[in-house]
Ligand binder design. Structure first.
Ligand SMILES: Nc1nc2c(ncn2[C@@H]2O[C@H](COP(=O)(O)OP(=O)(O)OP(=O)(O)O)[C@@H](O)[C@H]2O)c(=O)[nH]1
Length: 557
């Protein structure tokens, strides 16, 4: 979506939800009026509770729809009601409530909620959407390398191209000109040591572009002392790498920032009894690219969580039948949702109550009404951290690939799916040739660099839907759903060639490595074979490649 305008359909949708909200306020007003009618000592308990729920809900949602005064007044009366409950008898409460709620109903009338198209509020929602909508850069998918040393620049870009990065080597001056025209790319690598990055003023120029600070900023320097690192932090660098640069380390950092840009948008589930507020939030979050599901019937929560697999649950605190705490506890009873971030979004301003709610395994408490910017950044940062944590648990430290046990689980799951959907599943096993010699000749840490570099190559060359894992020391397993053997063969053979062209260096010596692979496909194998047997068959094909002289790919046929 363009930064400068909100599409008409979106404006129309916002307006439609606003109109529904206005109707809902009219209906809330009627409910309040009839609850006041005939309010007496005998029915006060139940009616006061109902009035509280209506006011509480309005206080949380009206501000979001632009009715700030109504929201404030509902909150004031609701809080007064709660305080009075512990101080006065029922007859005084009835009197207070009658006066305040009657005035509140008059306020609802005066704000002429019947009057449909006052577009100023919808314009304000649209404006917020506009502000939070990221603008697309003309340099999307690119990585800029700001390196004044020509030799280093050529060396880096030659190596990084192997990993499918679109590298553009530029000087600082050129970069700033390009930014003014088309924005920053997905990632920018800056060598701090060359001119002009030693001067603080030069750093500041990075912030003063019309597009703001660069995204995914990786700083390189020989000097990794505090002063240098803080300089990088001040211009919001996400990574700092000490020179001489370890290629696989640089690739991992680049992947982290580039994938962050490209990675799937957060999946968010909303649970709130306020339907209009839910619809508006859904629209707002979806306009940021997020996937949003509203849970309408809390009784289905476990099956819906299993189905939608949200990465964050946004939960109201006070709902008619169940509180947010009840629901959070129910979710946590299921071990598979133990680490699902739960964030309360509630009109509750009482700090004691907020703290109490957080004691029950929730992660954050946001107070309604909340600005779009705040809501979106809270969701993004929570989901980002949760994803990182998940990575740490299931991924191998050296390569960032899935660990042995996890990739085997994936193989079981994907084979079941392939059989169910009657599609082909290919499995590739690959292994670096004569790797022992690499370790023996150049040392174990150089060996590690070779392993990490191959892992990065694998991550880049396979599709997002393929699953890549480190099966053993220098052995890798790749699962390719919905892929015939021929296709899998072609991909892995191209990787074999790319790997053989990669250049490594140790002790001023340059060397390269090769790999062998075995590639099999479920559609050529008996149906009764399980995932472990398929993996064994791929391993046998790999052995064939080794036996026939290495640096090749074999299939089972
Ligand atoms: N540097 C490093 N080496 C590892 C790692 N894991 C396993 N290795 C080494 O990888 C080598 C594997 O050697 P072998 O299985 O004998 O095979 P190879 O030398 O690769 O020969 P072929 O597979 O027959 O081509 C062993 O020396 C292991 O110590 C690791 O994480 N880092």
């Amino acid at each position: 979506m363009s930064k400068h305008n909100v599409p008409e359909e979106l404006q129309a949708e916002i307006q439609a939800i606003r109109d529904q909200y206005k109707e809902r306020l009219v209906s809330d007003k009627s409910k309040l009026t009839s609850l006041l009618d005939g309010l007496s000592l005998t029915n006060a308990n139940q009616r006061v509770d109902e009035i509280h729920l209506i006011l509480h809900s309005i206080s949380g949602s009206a501000g979001t729809f632009g009715f700030d005064k109504i929201s404030e007044e509902a909150r004031r009366i609701d809080e007064k009601l709660k305080e009075s409950a512990s101080q006065f008898g029922q007859d005084t409460i009835i009197k207070l409530i009658s006066n305040d709620v009657t005035r509140f109903c008059q306020l609802l009338d005066r704000t002429s909620v019947h009057n449909a198209s006052s577009s100023s509020e919808s314009a304000s929602t649209a404006k917020t959407l506009q502000k939070t909508n990221p603008s697309r850069s003309a340099h999307e998918g690119e990585v800029w390398l700001i390196e004044e040393n020509e030799q280093l620049a050529a060396q880096f870009s030659k190596q990084l191209v192997n990993f499918n990065f679109k590298i553009n080597t530029v000087t600082l001056k050129e970069a700033l000109k390009l930014v003014d025209k088309g924005g920053w790319p997905d990632a920018t690598i800056i060598d701090m040591d060359g001119h002009p990055f030693n001067a603080t003023a030069d750093f500041k120029t990075l912030f003063t572009t019309t597009e703001g600070a660069p995204k995914g900023l990786i700083m390189l320097s020989e000097n990794d002392a505090f002063d240098q690192r803080i300089k990088a932090a001040k211009i919001r660098a996400t990574s700092f790498l000490k020179k001489p640069i370890n290629l696989s380390e640089l690739v991992s950092h680049l992947e982290a920032v580039v994938n962050e840009e490209k990675s799937a948008q957060p999946r968010v589930m909303l649970i709130d009894d306020d339907k209009e507020l839910c619809s508006l939030m859904k629209l707002e979050l979806e306009s940021q690219g997020m996937q949003v599901s509203i849970l309408h019937d809390v009784r289905n929560i476990v099956s819906e969580l299993n189905e939608f697999r949200p990465e964050l649950l946004l939960l109201d605190m006070e709902m008619p039948e169940y509180s947010g705490i009840d629901i959070a506890l129910l979710v946590r009873q299921n071990v598979q949702f133990e680490s699902l971030p739960i964030v309360y979004l509630s009109a509750e301003r009482n700090l004691d109550k907020q703290t109490e709610a957080l004691l029950f395994d929730a992660d954050d408490f946001l107070v309604k009404p909340i600005s779009n910017e705040r809501l979106i950044s809270s969701i993004r940062s929570r989901v980002h951290r949760a994803r990182n944590l998940e990575q740490l648990i299931s991924r191998d430290g050296l390569t960032g690939l899935l660990k042995h046990a996890t990739i085997k689980e994936h193989a079981d799951r994907e084979l079941m799916r392939a059989r169910r959907e009657k599609t082909a599943l290919s499995i590739i096993m690959l292994d670096i040739d004569h790797f022992k010699r690499v370790n023996d000749t150049y040392g174990h840490s150089t060996g590690d660099t070779v392993i990490a570099s191959l892992a990065a190559l694998l991550r880049h060359r396979f599709r997002q839907t393929d699953i890549v894992g480190r099966y053993g020391g220098e052995e890798f397993l790749v699962i390719l759903p919905n892929t015939q053997e021929q296709e899998a063969f072609k991909i892995v053979d191209r990787i074999r060639i790319a790997f053989s062209e990669m250049e490594f260096s140790a002790d001023n010596q340059k060397f390269s490595c090769t790999l062998s692979a075995g590639c099999i496909c479920s559609s050529h194998l008996p149906d009764q074979m399980d995932a472990s047997e398929l993996i064994e068959t791929a391993d046998k094909a790999l052995y064939e490649s080794k036996r026939n002289g290495r640096n090749q790919v074999s299939t089972q046929q």
